[in-house]
Design a protein around this ligand. Structure first.
Ligand code: GLC
Ligand code: CA
Length: 547
């Protein structure tokens, strides 16, 4: 059963590690990661200091969208193991105090799902046909954008068996469920119950803004969608207190914040817009992109939490930036057109930072200290590379690099048998970038990441604190405080590749002593004159403001 304990707000203090069963470790030597393999690496995940694991979809699926096209909501894809393997994994994770978040893909299924097969063979207007959204023409809902714009030209696809078009917001092999049919909602709730009954601690609600379609709208964030979320939440509050819903709504802050409702919808939701602005602030050496977007972010209910990230399994999305900023991001971070996909960039953190560890650490400083629960994408803690010559987003989903041996220690299979090739770029290949080497070096990125996580874990202010920008008189330096109860943390970060000096307005903290959190050294006491600090290139400080 769940480790939820009595702290129902655990998701506010969490640090989440995101991984794919397929990509982590192959336990049976067939070239594909599985639950047995994942279980054998739980000590590693625990030692990292994270508190929860988020798994990408592992259900039966034709894998046209890496498992986000689900053919059976209640099972486990045989290549990853059995339901028993999943339960063993869950027990082992819980035994280590790690919570487990799985995917609830609410918007669509695979076209192989029995619901879709039944729908296409059922008479028009029957409740079975009505599980999906059908039309005789492609003119309906023309206000909805196309999301996978490199792959699809319409949100409608023709089904010769039904003799009608069906609606899909993603690949045409992923028909959208029809929430106007009450049976759909019931079926989704039953699925949710199945996994919560097994003891899963949280559910990521994939692609949640698109549940309803209404003529004359862009078919996103509709009031009906929020109504469904309120029902799901009420159901959880009543039957599964302590569990968590994490909404994936790639939206502007005003729209994203609506997914918390009045504290009665998602417990947590991704803050998409802040992510590209971290990259912009770094390359422009200017704090404004970060400050501006956080200023535009409305306050959230007391029981709610943002989830933030630097990279994930998808492209670095540029949907929530202006046309001009998107062009800037592409020009700066994806000069090679092959690195671009849809409205984003298919690269990992380390290559985006030109493998400059000071920059990687600075980005992680923001990930771990800005408001929200941080999500670390597997492999980024060792600075793994990517391969954008692979199709779709596969270049950021390659096998985890455990050691310098064959297949990077991920699998004992013939290298040709792997689900995706291990990274072989000279700068990032397994001999250079792997867990084993970094575990042996106290100055590795892995060691640094563990330390940073450990430091964060000592202060609730990181997860729960207020956020206030501190004036530094220098746009290259971003400074802010995070305060919770009687504890205040001061973060000072230099976005520039040159050393910088700042005079911070710390008048609100006169008399307190800044204690640097990594070395625990006391800095001079804050007086009523501006507090002067010098920072090296891309350097940052975390201070506990004591007294
Ligand atoms: C979400 C997932 C993405 C998937 C899409 C469709 O955006 O993160 O990987 O392709 O939903 O399910
Ligand atoms: Ca396997």
């Amino acid at each position: 059963m769940s480790t939820a304990g009595n702290d129902s707000l655990w998701y506010k203090d969490a640090i989440i590690y995101q991984t794919h069963v397929r990509a982590f470790c192959d336990g049976n030597g067939d070239g594909i990661g599985d639950f047995r393999g994942l279980m054998s690496k739980l000590d590693y995940v625990q030692a990292l200091g994270v508190t929860a694991i988020w798994l990408l979809p592992f259900y039966p699926s034709p894998l046209k969208d890496d498992g986000y096209d689900i053919a059976d909501y209640s099972g486990v894809h045989p290549m990853y193991g059995t339901l028993q393997d999943f339960m063993d994994f869950l027990d082992e994770a819980h035994r280590r105090g790690l919570r487990v978040i799985t995917e609830l893909v609410v918007n669509h299924t695979s076209d192989q799902h029995p619901w879709f097969q039944r729908a296409r063979h059922s008479p028009p207007d029957s409740e079975w046909r009505d599980f999906y959204v059908w039309s005789d023409t492609v003119d309906r809902y023309s206000g909805a954008r196309i999301i996978f714009k490199d792959f699809e030209i319409s949100n409608w696809a023709w089904d010769p068996i039904a003799g009608a078009y069906y609606w899909h917001r993603f690949y045409s092999s992923q028909p959208d469920l029809n929430y106007d049919n009450p049976l759909v909602k019931q079926a989704v709730i039953a699925t949710m119950d199945d996994w919560l009954d097994l003891g899963v601690d949280g559910l990521r609600l994939d692609a949640v803004p698109y549940l309803y379609e209404r003529e004359g709208t862009n078919c996103e964030n509709l009031p009906e969608t929020h109504q469904v979320l309120k029902e799901l939440r009420a159901h959880i509050d009543q039957r599964y207190p302590g569990r968590m819903l994490l909404g994936e709504a790639n939206q502007w802050p005003q729209d994203a914040v609506a997914y918390f409702g009045e504290g009665d919808e998602c417990h947590a939701a991704f803050h998409f817009p802040v992510m590209p602005r971290l990259y912009m602030a770094l390359s422009k050496e200017d704090r404004s992109p970060i400050v501006d977007i956080l200023r535009q972010t409305p306050p959230i209910p007391e029981n709610s939490q943002w989830a933030i990230f630097l990279r994930n399994h998808d492209e670095l999305t540029l949907e929530m930036v202006t046309e001009e900023d998107r062009q800037y991001m592409w020009d700066t971070y994806a000069k090679d057109a092959r690195a671009r996909i849809n409205l984003g960039i298919r690269r990992r953190l380390a290559p985006l930072m030109n493998n400059d560890w000071r920059k990687i650490e600075l980005m992680n400083c923001f990930l771990l200290s800005l408001p929200g629960t941080p999500i670390i994408y597997y492999g980024d803690e060792i600075g793994m590379g990517d391969n954008y010559y692979l199709a779709d987003r596969n270049g950021v989903r390659t096998p985890m690099q455990w050691n310098a041996e064959r297949n990077a220690g991920f699998s004992s299979a013939n290298p040709q048998q792997l689900y995706l090739p291990v990274i072989s770029d000279p700068e990032y290949r397994r001999e250079t970038v792997n867990v084993e080497v970094q575990q042996g070096n106290p100055h590795s990125l892995l060691a640094w990441t563990r330390r940073a996580i450990m430091v964060r874990q000592q202060h609730k202010a990181f997860g729960r604190g207020t956020f206030t920008v501190v004036e530094s008189g220098n746009r290259h330096v971003l400074a802010y405080t995070r305060c919770h109860a009687d504890n205040c943390i001061l973060v000072v970060a230099n976005l520039s590749q040159a050393a910088q000096c700042v005079d911070l307005d710390l008048s609100a903290f006169t008399g307190s002593t800044p204690v640097e959190l990594f070395g625990r050294n006391a800095f001079p006491v804050v007086s009523d004159t501006p507090y002067r600090l010098a920072l090296g290139a891309h350097e940052f400080f975390w201070f506990d403001l004591v007294g």
